[in-house]
Design a protein around this ligand. Structure first.
Ligand SMILES: Cc1cc2nc3c(=O)[nH]c(=O)nc-3n(C[C@H](O)[C@H](O)[C@H](O)COP(=O)(O)O)c2cc1C
Length: 369
């Protein structure tokens, strides 16, 4: 049965430009989050509490493994309501040391035939200093802050400026977060995207962060690299930095042929940017599996995976391929907030069907198949 969002709200939002629709949604979410009553009602409507879903990742106890991916709430305006929506964690950002206007508009497009979006934002955000006072851990979910280098032609990606940029926002924001993700691979910041392809720079960044004494777990959000040798090298670099708690996987840049999109090429050409949603699932899952095999089942590293999680089965696939945490964004655009309890209820059913007591027991069970 279609939810209220799908039958009433979505048709109205889909008449608007995609970014405008998102801005209105965020404004409504920020407003709703101010009321304790609305937060309570939201929580009762969307949360699925069950011990079998509870999980421990990077020293954090979470109500469930499902999270809101970075990009939905770039400026940390809707933390309180999104934290009441049933997610085990929410990730705000990407946030950079200095404000950035991002790429010119239009820069967010729907691909309805694929239930997907094309995103070419280029990490616009108000900058760490302006955003920090709004960053407060929500009551019921863990809070991640996603950091990125400032996207500004006046601040080109050169050493050591890039490292100082991350360190500056890290210092300001880590006291307010449960964990920090370093977005090292924004697919839409043309000048910066490939900076960390030179792997010694990963070590240089982590060295710079060591100087600001990280006291929360840090995740590295990597390009979707399929090459096991490169992944092994990145993991080996991280081994020297005990604060690195895990890895996450970003969207691929552009429209690689593996995506097998149903949207016609003419329409795609008019909608630049990286694709989020079901078309990226297979590609990301392949990287996830390779990364899990690289780090092994019991290493200190946790894996966070997003990309095409629009059902419990898709979430379970990621968990069984080695994800400790799964995140979503595009699914919310097409299915609305009911998607969260739908996935969590479905995960419980999958655990029954697969004979696992807890969600943690299912992690990595299909890595070798
Ligand atoms: C509109 C949009 C904006 C995004 N912005 C960011 C961002 O600022 N930082 C980041 O690390 N990832 C960003 N992402 C990537 C998501 O965090 C996530 O990795 C990706 O969308 C895959 O999940 P999905 O298929 O459920 O959307 C963005 C994705 C979308 C769709």
């Amino acid at each position: 049965m279609a939810s209220m969002y799908e039958s009433v709200v979505k048709p109205l939002l889909f008449r608007l430009d995609a970014e405008r629709a998102h801005e209105l949604t965020l404004r409504a979410a920020a407003l709703a989050g101010r009321s304790k009553t609305v937060r309570g009602v939201t929580r009762r409507a969307f949360s699925v509490e069950h011990e079998r879903l509870r999980t421990n990742v990077a020293g954090m106890s979470l109500a469930n493994p499902l999270g809101l991916a970075a990009g939905f709430d770039k400026n940390a305006r809707a933390i309180q309501i999104m934290g009441s929506m049933g997610f085990g964690h929410i990730e705000v950002g990407s946030i950079s040391a200095f404000p950035s206007t991002g790429n010119p508009r239009p820069r967010l497009f729907r691909l309805p035939k694929d239930h997907a979006v094309a995103v070419a934002y280029g990490v616009p955000n108000e900058g760490a200093e302006a955003i920090a006072p709004r960053v407060h851990r929500p009551e019921h979910a863990r809070l991640g802050v996603n950091l990125v280098k400032t996207n500004d032609v006046r601040r080109p990606a050169v050493e050591p400026d890039v490292y100082e940029d991350y360190a500056r926002s890290f210092e300001l924001l880590q006291p307010r977060a449960d964990y920090v993700t370093l977005n090292m691979s924004c697919p839409n910041s043309a000048g910066d995207r490939d900076f960390f392809d030179e792997l010694p720079r990963v070590a240089a960044l982590l060295d710079e962060l060591s100087a600001v004494a990280p006291c929360v777990p840090v995740f590295l959000k990597l390009k979707p690299i399929g090459d096991a040798g490169v992944l092994r090298e990145i993991v080996r670099i991280a081994d020297d930095f005990p604060f690195v708690a895990g890895f996450a996987i970003n969207l691929p840049a552009g429209k690689p042929s593996e995506l097998r999109l149903s949207t016609p090429p003419g329409e795609l050409a008019a909608k630049p940017g990286a694709v989020g949603g079901p078309p990226v699932e297979t590609l990301v899952n392949h990287v996830l599996k390779t990364l899990r095999r690289t780090i092994g089942p019991t290493s200190r590293y946790a894996l966070t995976a997003a990309g095409g999680v629009t059902s419990a089965d898709a979430a379970y696939r990621k968990i069984s391929l080695g994800a400790d945490l799964v995140q979503l964004y595009t699914g919310l655009i097409y299915r609305g907030p009911r998607l969260v309890p739908t996935i969590l209820d479905g995960l419980l059913r999958r655990l029954d069907a697969e004979g696992h007591d807890t969600v943690s027991a299912a992690i990595g069970t299909h890595v070798d198949s």
